[in-house]
Design a protein around this ligand. Sequence first.
Ligand code: BTN
Length: 321
Amino acid sequence: MNERILELFEQTPETYVSGAEISRRLGVSRTAIWKHIEELRAEGYAFEAASRKGYRLISKPAKWQITELMNGMKTKVLGQKVHIYDEVDSTQTIAHKLVASGAPEGTIVLAERQTAGRGRMGRSWHSPAGKGIWLSLILTPRIPMYFMPQLTLLSAVALCRAIQKVCHVEIGIKWPNDLLIHGKKVSGILLESSGEDERLKYVIAGIGISVNLLEEDYPEELRSIATSLAIESGGKVSREGLVQAFLLEFEDMYALYLEKGFAPIRLLWEALSVTLKRPIRTSTPSGFIDGIADSLDNTGALTVITPNGERIKIYSGDIEL
Ligand code: BTN
């Protein structure tokens, strides 16, 4: 039915079609039409509704431009194999399955839309169609499992530098890996791994970037805490260009990390951080800890100095600024 509704709008581009007219031509109730229009909106179609006039199709969801993406890919390994989907539950789930069927390091999964996008700490990730970069990257580093937090921080550095280069916005990293513009979250990173005998078998780096979402694309509860690159930079951003820039930055950082260890990445992270030297609060199973975020240690943990001078390390979780 959704396809028939779209056909109808495409026959008369730019003009309003009333609910009564759609209902008469397709033989369904007006309530059913409203439901289908809402479904199409969730898929990324934008409609304008005007009382007494009906609906007008304003724009269709963007689609990944595969040729443009591959032609501009300057990496040697990352992104040389790309799997693109219209709709998935989560690109992470697809990537885990691809590893099981032998996909090599550097393979990426992209989707227009995720119906069950996963965030950190069991949260969900808002992933509307055609508006963002919902990407999972397969990595097979030969490092011990307890180095995983370092890879998380590395991902944040690569992403932050790529966004700076492409969008020229003032962006910073909130520990461990939230990217903020003007205090609002624009991107998040979720690393999932599998290991054996303390060694990592593989890591899936899940990257969510809110690229071209407009305010109305966010549910009410996210509007005060989330933003997009389009909102902050004042124009549409090429998703293909940003994926290319991110993978190139990541490839460079990853080579540096595998050769020289975490020390150079730590310096880059510290330079991009909006957390260090500021008061923060974190919650632990035994209550809140307040203090000043002081530095990163060599494992990637955050050192916090409490009001009584105690130095506490935070290894995981969230902080409030
Ligand atoms: C966070 O909570 O900040 C992490 C969000 C990570 C979202 C990305 S979108 C692509 C990949 N697929 C998922 O289901 N999650 C990650």
